[in-house]
Write a protein that binds this ligand. Sequence first.
Ligand code: SPV
Ligand code: MG
Length: 280
Amino acid sequence: MAESGLVHIMAAHSPLSAILAEEAGFDGLWASGFELSALYGLADMSLISMAQHLDMLRAIAGRTTIPIVADIDTGYGNAINVMHAIGEYERAGASAVVIEDKTFPKVTSLAADGRQQLLRVEEFLGKIEAALATRRDPNFLVIARTEALIAGLGEAEALDRAQAYVKAGADMILIHSKKKDPGEIESFSRAWTGSVPLAIVPNAYPDLDARRVKELGNVQMMIYGNYGIRASSTALRDTFRRIIADGGVQNVHKNIVPVEEIFRLQRMGEVQAAETRFLR
Ligand code: SPV
Ligand code: MG
């Protein structure tokens, strides 16, 4: 962020999707709760456990080199749960966590008529302070996410909450919106006078591209929160339907990567070199 002023963070739900995001040139990875829930065929409603999310994050960290921003939802409970989570995520290889100010269990943000319940500000401040007191590396970012706009509480409430979270020591504020139009986010960003930068997740309002974001000034992180799982769902569905329709793989095999490309992503070359060297 210090170098470019705006970083692009792609959601990853697996090491393979993370490798592809790194190769495409993203600055970092978003260990997305939504994507991992969807990978398990589950709703993003605190059904995936911390252990499941951590396991995937460790696997991603083991196969990539760019920073990982961990989506830890509500922090898996109260401030004590947050302390436990911070230790685990820092050890697992995350560079940042995002904690949101909703009650546990949370409801996914973009669902129409989703039941959105926010935590008392005091209680959330305790969770931020607990996270900051637990981290070992001061460069491990604690990003506070307010869901005030998602809950329909308006810009004033979102700004008040965000300012309070910064006072508690949050390193960044993630402001989220489910409006199809970016106006709500643009308005919040223009009104933001806090001392830390903003992160946004342009899932619902795709028209807000990097050029427009740079004009806003305060936003330094764009998280592409569900594009990996949507892109792979499109590819899988189209390919599977085509095979059924055609009665075979004679057409689809030309439109998908050859198996040699999967070998490359699996680093088969390195494994074969190790075989030659060590298997006796
Ligand atoms: C996620 O990717 O898990 C997010 C972003 O938190 S969203 O699903 O849009 O809330
Ligand atoms: Mg999430």
